[in-house]
Ligand binder design. Sequence first.
Ligand SMILES: *Cc1c(COP(=O)(O)O)cnc(C)c1O
Length: 222
Amino acid sequence: MNIAENLQQVLNELPAGVRLVAVSKFHPNEAIEEAYRAGQRVFGESKVQEMTAKYESLPKDIEWHFIGHLQTNKIKFIVPYVSLIHGIDSYKLLVEVNKQAGKAGKIVNCLLQLHIAEEETKFGFSFDECREMLAAGEWKSLSNIQLCGLMGMATNTGNDEQIEKEFCSLSSFFKEVKDSWFADTPAFWELSMGMSHDYHQAIDAGSTLIRVGSKIFGDRIY
Ligand SMILES: *Cc1c(COP(=O)(O)O)cnc(C)c1O
């Protein structure tokens, strides 16, 4: 497993305007350091404790993205340093992030997670729930969060057509939301979609942030 080579392979395929989040969850600091030496600065983690331990022991110019399911009682641990929270899946969570960010005197960047997969286990708003939340308008008074875009995960399937359909549905929903609520918000431009097995399709459908783990770091040991 040559992390620097794997990383370079993925980077070589990225069109302008698409960034890579190297998903380092369950991999040790040494693996991150290897990618860091090869120039990678954006890393994604899905457990608060693990990400915080890595943040504390690794170079401070790393951008940490939280891509997991966030529990409200743990928000305070990541607010001081997190660059982007990908998985906001309820209004309540957004309110909590805003509260903790306010206490820390920060503005925290967030993505709303949409449920686009057929699997029931994946978190996220339905399109209608998200529309309702945005239309209700209360989010506009949350001054310590910045909504930067949307995130989603396609069904884990070998059916390419289905994956394409799911990514395209999220991409057109992004356009709807951008036009309706964020036309004058340049910061709202991220569409986080695409993992090791489906990032090519995600890029074709308009992804701006792909989250790739095993293709770079190898299989995870749980
Ligand atoms: C683990 C994870 C990834 C990376 O998955 P790979 O298949 O290893 O590329 C991407 N996004 C989320 C939300 C994840 O939990």
